[in-house]
Design a protein around this ligand. Structure first.
Ligand code: C2E
Ligand code: MG
Ligand code: MG
Length: 470
């Protein structure tokens, strides 16, 4: 072989080696550094820097809207948008700043030295502003939404992975709140996340560690004061975490998918319990949006009624507006089927979400529950009173009944009676209580009804059995 050929081969091998080294360290789509190269470079900088004297900043930029673009225009267009954003990011970074493609729709940036936290925030903001400009594709301007999480190095900074965990929590918090789109990491976020994963774990613990039960809160006819029924409210007790509020564990169960199982249990348990009550009393069960999407809700309701021989007309299903936001056609068809079975559908927490008037007439509701926050605001301004009166009038015209929840003061009772609200529920009239404890409420109410109506038509056998059990 000629010396020139050997030279050529050597050059070729060196080039190949370079190409392989580049491939190993870079993301093929965007040409940015990949996650593992980024992590090892940041680790190297961290171990060579005294972060008690100076600070570095990690930023994670999350690109929302990519699944939308991918779903409507195809994965190749989504890829094109991501590469265009990566190119912008690469152009605007300082030479010492490291950038990588962290996963399909997020980038990470590490600035080894910053002057103060404000500089980190300003840098994150300017990245977002530049990346936020639409990406031109054929004759369209494609828009994405961006969020950023920012975390600073600390004295004794462990490694890049710790910083990446922190920015990811900060990004999540930025995405959840309707703020400026970026958020700083603070240790409370880590605590919240830890608590959430503890609760998620607890949902799966064996039954000797956690216990689910239902409590029942009474609601009354506003005019006559008669007991109308009870809302079933789930409770969770855990040997290590103690008693956990549904406001905390229900959203976690919704996220983990456990709500389908728990919701089916709540339906069955509430119907089983309510079958022991006098037969004019109603039981209301809260239903999460995920139960509609799971596809088992109709069967769960049917089974709950069948197993306890409980009549559907005594079962109310409470849903919130968020249920109708996603795939409203599919939700509507299930609501119609549930109504056809004989159940009443209640719109819960009215006044907290969009309070869209169209929901009130498009969906088969028979009752609307005005949220506690609305009742609390009654004391503040006359405007709220006017709004409340209008909501009650409007609902009446649409043939809907109204419950006011969160009644804590006698003056609220007087006002709501004056406005012809149908039902009242709140701590003033009765706190949620165990199935055993509500027997006393049922008895008391029945006794006062007997006093007012000396000749009740029929003595209810179910009521007698309830009486015996207390
Ligand atoms: P919700 O359905 O709006 O239930 C009313 C909540 O307000 C209950 O809180 C009740 O205890 C509370 N409450 C009632 N009257 C008053 C009052 O006068 N003052 C105050 N401060 N609070 C009052 P709870 O039991 O903590 O439940 C919170 C939420 O958790 C419920 O709101 C419901 O959205 C959800 N939830 C509870 N049980 C279930 C369930 O079995 N399934 C589903 N999907 N969600 C449930
Ligand atoms: Mg409710
Ligand atoms: Mg409510």
């Amino acid at each position: 072989m000629e010396t020139t050929d050997i030279e050529q081969l050597r050059k070729h091998a060196a080039q190949l080696e370079k190409d392989i080294a580049h491939l190993v360290r870079h993301d093929q789509l965007t040409g940015l550094m990949n996650r593992s190269a980024f992590v090892s470079d940041v680790d190297r900088i961290i171990s060579a820097t005294d972060y008690s004297q100076t600070k570095g900043a990690m930023i994670e930029i999350g690109i929302r809207g990519i699944p939308r673009i991918s779903g409507s225009l195809g994965r190749h267009v989504a890829d094109y948008v991501i590469s265009a954003l990566a190119a912008r990011l690469n152009r605007m970074r300082e030479p010492e700043t490291l950038c990588c493609r962290l996963d399909y729709w997020s980038f990470a940036i590490f600035i080894p030295k910053i002057n103060d936290p404000l500089e980190a925030l300003t840098t994150a903001k300017s990245f977002i502003e530049t990346l936020n400009k639409p990406v031109d594709w054929v004759d369209r301007h494609l828009k994405v939404e961006l969020g950023a999480g920012v975390a600073l190095t600390t004295e004794g900074q462990k490694d890049a992975l710790e910083l990446l965990e922190n920015v990811s929590l900060a990004l999540k918090s930025a995405t959840e709140k309707n703020g400026p789109g970026y958020s700083f990491f603070n240790p409370a976020l880590a605590q919240i996340s830890k608590r959430k994963s503890d609760v998620m774990q607890a949902l799966h613990d064996p039954s000797d560690k956690q216990l689910f039960k239902l409590h029942y809160q009474p609601f009354f006819n506003a005019k006559s004061g008669d007991l109308v029924g009870f809302e079933a409210l789930m409770r969770m007790d855990h040997t290590e975490l103690g008693s956990i509020s549904p406001a905390e564990f229900i959203p976690v169960a919704e996220e983990s998918g456990d709500i389908t199982r728990l919701g089916a249990w709540a339906l069955a348990e509430a119907c089983r319990e309510a079958a022991n009550w006098p037969n004019h009393l109603i039981v209301a069960v809260n239903i999460s949006p995920e139960q509609f999407y799971s596809g088992t809700l109709l069967t769960d309701v049917h089974n709950a009624l069948e197993l306890s021989s409980f009549p559907a007309y005594r079962l109310e299903l409470e849903i919130t507006e968020s249920t109708m936001l996603k795939d409203s056609e599919m939700v509507m068809s299930q609501l119609n089927a549930l109504r056809d079975m004989g159940c009443a559908i209640v719109l819960d927490d009215f006044g907290t979400g969009y309070s869209s008037l169209s929901y009130m007439w498009k969906f088969p509701f028979s009752k609307l529950k005005i949220d506690r926050s609305f009742i609390l605001a009654l004391d503040d301004t006359h405007l709220v009173r006017g709004m409340l009166r209008s909501i009650i009038d409007l609902s009446r015209n649409l043939g809907l009944k109204i419950t006011a929840e969160g009644i804590e003061k006698p003056e609220h009772v007087a006002l709501l009676r004056e406005y012809s609200c149908d039902y009242l529920q709140g701590y003033l009239t009765g706190r949620p209580a165990s199935a055993t404890d509500i027997a006393a409420i049922i008895l008391k109410n029945y006794a006062s009804q007997l006093r007012e109506q000396p000749y009740p038509a029929v003595a209810d056998p179910k009521f007698r059995s309830n009486k015996q059990s207390t």
